[in-house]
Design a binder for this molecule. Structure first.
Ligand SMILES: [Zn+2]
Length: 190
């Protein structure tokens, strides 16, 4: 006999987040759920992005260049969708400036778009102060665990560093004041 219920059973495993990149020809806007950008060196290897696993890395052994990719949890209020946004090191300045200004990225509004309508066009970020109740935001994703699923890695191989070497600077109050006066957005490098 069927076991009828008014709602589906609780999920036993977390729903994998969708990994997204800055779209071409339009802007992506969302709220950031992560406090910091977290990333690692990666290779374009076997037709996909995969993490550099030095000192025992096939891609390195074959001379494949590395590139740093950083990841941010996003929440879209309109669709209630959660995603993981992949960024490159070219977004470093905008991320650092936002952390100096707001202390954390969590709750900040992000607008990401490409300077040119091409797949590899330079990404420009505009990050604005939180305008919502940050406590009511969905939890930040576990980036290493999410990427372990996407990259098909054993979980232990991607445990987060105890001190993420992403962006972790606290500005002095005078720097913050300068930024507030300057209010220069958008930001981009390269
Ligand atoms: Zn490598």
């Amino acid at each position: 006999m069927p076991d009828w219920s008014n709602c589906p059973p609780e999920r036993t495993s977390p729903r994998p987040l969708q990994l997204i990149r800055t779209p071409v020809g339009r802007a992506l806007t969302a709220t950031i759920t992560s406090e910091r950008l977290l990333g690692c060196l990666t290779h374009w290897w076997g037709g996909r992005t995969s993490p550099c696993e030095t000192p025992h890395c096939d891609a390195c052994n074959h001379g494949s260049p590395t590139r740093w990719h950083g990841y941010l949890g996003l929440y879209d209020e309109r669709t209630r969708g959660l995603a993981l946004l992949e960024l490159t090191d070219s977004c470093d300045d905008a991320i650092r400036d936002a952390i100096k200004l707001y202390g954390s990225l969590r709750g900040c509004r992000i607008k990401a778009y490409r300077a040119k309508a091409s797949r590899n066009g330079r990404v420009i970020l505009e990050i604005r102060a939180p305008a919502i109740d940050v406590a009511a935001l969905p939890a930040a994703p576990d980036v290493p665990a999410t990427l372990a699923m996407i990259w098909n890695l054993p979980k232990a191989a991607t445990s987060a560093p105890s001190q993420p070497h992403a962006i972790d600077e606290i500005a002095t109050s005078s720097e913050v004041a300068d930024k507030m006066r300057g209010a220069k957005t958008p930001h981009a490098k390269r």
